[in-house]
Design a protein around this ligand. Structure first.
Ligand SMILES: O=c1[nH]cc([C@@H]2O[C@H](COP(=O)(O)OP(=O)(O)OP(=O)(O)O)[C@@H](O)[C@H]2O)c(=O)[nH]1
Length: 631
């Protein structure tokens, strides 16, 4: 395929996108780039006034995002990526830089400032080539930016609020998404549309072409700097030419040929790009094709082969409460951790080192300490602790997954093999002992707490005066709903054995309007009255027949205008892209009769029970949200 060679240069490389933006992931996936996503932890707090121009701020932020990920991943040679890509999109109007709005009022301020005017959207991009020398990370940074001008129509206050209540502005620079509803606000776009969406693909490809296909010296003068090399240019490149700027270490070579590497030679010196070298990287002079024929490291496959070891290392460190000890007492030497936990020193040291290499811990001459994310997610009292779910994964899901082969052969759950118990009802399995029940509730609580805000704000729910969270367990989502919609009456409906055990999970400061907990079985008992019924991670537990029973019960008590809100991992319609959700569907296979479903499948189920106007919001968090209204 003619366009392939530019991105094809990256095929054998470990490419990392240092961005949580689903749009950037989609733009790059759509053109066939294979990459890992490692969202950056760099906080976008650079002092804006210290930059002479808005694009400089975007470029520097992109660079810092990418460098943070490159540094984090480079702990052991095996973890060092080849290329890290970072990006930052901003809107500039009246010499002000607008980023993502922090709340609805902020979105209103931004959008009213853009109304009736032209503004610029800048995306800064950094491409960092990494290599490892000894223990040292060496980076070569290429950065550039792209500007697109966008003009908004005059927008009424009413229209702006309607748009803001759609929830779309919140994670978008300038408070709008041109690719969706926000497109309706736009009168014209001058420049690269994808740049507005978050990633200037065309300029990125040009930059790769510059880096990987520098023209032979005699043709330099004839190449226009603003065009991607034509199809012929790619196809006619000989191996010798095409590899001349490969960012790989060449055995025996120890000098830089900067004329080959530096895109800032006159012909490539685009006004809006630069290349900076830090550390020491040697370009490959591939005269004889030797490295072309060398075995390429299939890093993705190797990572998958190692995946179970990494999971187990995380599970064991969590189970032994190492992150808890390090939070309160760190930094600690391996011997001190071993003494605290009661484990062997040699085993503890290896486990801690593995956790460092996996980016969970930091190691200095003073010992081991938690990373920020270990404090937040891995300690049992972290703000968004996943400890409960990790223990559930270790104690419950791991034994089930070891029977995945049987589950695939037989097409059914494996509880009998994993736990020696004949599979009954899914929840009878969980609630047969107090210990298993509490572990399961802690697991569900940790996911519900982590996703609650995104689920509660995916749509504006203020029209619903009362809500019933069916299977709402510990009430984590219910409490979040009350925070966001203080006038909403929220009821959690769950099995009696769950309701009897919720007290441990309630927030310490009591909400003014507390959540009501009602016990019952939603398949058998009457449902509490409500304007909105929530089913969060409920439908995926059940086969279609059971879902029809539940939806017809809800439909029977729902008046026209009332709704259902589903929170689930929504698969893409082709079921080939969202690996987290597809792996979760295997998780449902080994332990339930349910499965994860696509947006169309959920829509089909809901419409059969008189629910229409089905809207699906992919939140970027673990759970996506579907809202529909009874006609
Ligand atoms: O029209 C659109 N304009 C902008 C966007 C999206 O807005 C964000 C911009 O934010 P940022 O560059 O800071 O990136 P993040 O999402 O925070 O992800 P990082 O992890 O890379 O910091 C970006 O997601 C654009 O896609 C849009 O969707 N439409």
């Amino acid at each position: 395929m003619a366009l392939n060679p530019v991105l094809g240069k990256l095929v054998s490389k470990r490419v990392v996108l240092a961005s949580a933006s689903p749009r950037r992931q989609e733009i790059l996936t759509n053109v066939g780039l294979r990459f890992e996503v490692v969202p950056s932890w760099f906080k976008e707090t650079l002092e804006k006034s210290s930059f002479a121009a808005p694009y400089e701020y975007a470029v520097e932020t992109a660079k810092q995002k990418a460098l943070e990920v490159a540094n984090r991943m480079h702990v052991k040679h095996l973890r060092t990526p080849d290329i890290v890509i970072g990006a930052d999109t901003i809107v500039s109007v009246d010499e002000q830089i607008l980023e993502k709005p922090v709340d609805k009022q902020d979105a209103y301020r931004m959008l009213s400032r853009l109304s009736g005017k032209e503004h610029s959207v800048f995306t800064g991009v950094a491409i960092i080539h990494c290599s490892s020398k000894g223990n040292q990370l060496e980076t070569e940074i290429t950065d550039f930016y792209e500007e697109t001008k966008v003009k908004f129509s005059d927008l009424s206050e009413e229209l702006l609020w309607e748009y803001i209540h759609s929830g779309e502005p919140m994670d978008k620079a300038g408070g709008y998404g041109i690719q969706a509803l926000g497109g309706m606000l736009v009168e014209y776009v001058h420049g690269d549309f994808l740049n507005v969406v978050g990633f200037p693909l065309n300029h990125f490809c040009k930059k790769l072409a510059e880096l990987y296909y520098p023209p032979p010296k005699h043709t330099v003068q004839h190449i226009k700097h603003d065009s991607i090399p034509s199809v012929d240019t790619f196809e006619n490149l000989s191996d010798g030419e095409s590899e001349s700027s490969n960012f790989t270490e060449h055995k025996g070579a120890n000098k830089l040929d900067s004329s080959r590497m530096c895109p800032s030679r006159p012909v490539y010196n685009c006004e809006n790009s630069s290349s900076v070298r830090t550390g020491f990287t040697v370009p490959l002079e591939n005269q004889n094709g030797a490295s072309e024929s060398a075995a390429k490291l299939p890093s993705k496959i190797l990572d998958l082969m190692d995946g179970f070891k990494a999971s187990k290392a995380l599970f064991v460190a969590s189970k032994l409460k190492m992150f808890d000890y390090l939070k309160t007492k760190g930094p600690l030497k391996a011997v001190d951790v071993a003494n605290e936990v009661g484990t062997s020193v040699c085993g503890t040291e290896r486990l801690l080192d593995a956790c460092v290499a996996l980016g969970l811990l930091e190691k200095t001459s003073q010992g081991y300490s938690n990373t920020d994310s270990a404090n937040t997610y891995l300690t049992s009292d972290g703000e968004y602790s996943l400890h409960g779910y990790i223990i559930h994964s270790n104690d419950h899901l791991w034994p089930l997954f070891t029977n995945l082969e049987s589950a695939v052969r037989e097409g059914s759950r494996q509880n009998h093999r994993a736990f020696g118990r004949k599979a009954e009802d899914l929840f009878k399995d969980y609630y047969h002992s107090q210990e298993v029940k509490q572990r399961f509730m802690a697991a569900m609580h940790s996911i519900a707490h982590l996703t609650a805000r995104d689920v509660a704000t995916a749509f504006d729910l203020s029209q619903f005066k009362s809500t019933c969270d069916l299977g709402g367990c510990t009430g984590a989502l219910a409490h979040e709903l009350i925070q966001i919609y203080p006038n909403m009456k929220v009821t959690v409906f769950d099995l009696p054995e769950v309701i009897a055990n919720i007290s441990y999970f309630q927030p310490s400061e009591q909400c003014a309007a507390p959540v009501t907990f009602v016990s019952g079985d939603f398949f058998k008992d009457n449902l509490p009255e409500a304007d909105l019924y929530i089913l969060s991670r409920v439908l995926h537990d059940w086969p279609d027949e059971k879902i029809h029973v539940l939806l017809s019960k809800i439909s029977a008590v729902c008046k026209p205008g009332c709704g259902i809100l589903l929170a689930e991992m929504v698969l893409d319609d082709e079921k080939k892209n969202r690996s987290t959700a597809l792996l979760q569907s295997l998780n449902m296979l080994v332990q339930t009769e349910g499965k994860e479903r696509s947006g169309s499948e959920y829509r089909g189920l809901l419409e059969q029970h008189g629910f229409a106007n089905v809207k699906i919001k992919l939140t970027g968090n673990l759970l996506d949200v579907i809202l529909c209204i009874k006609t």
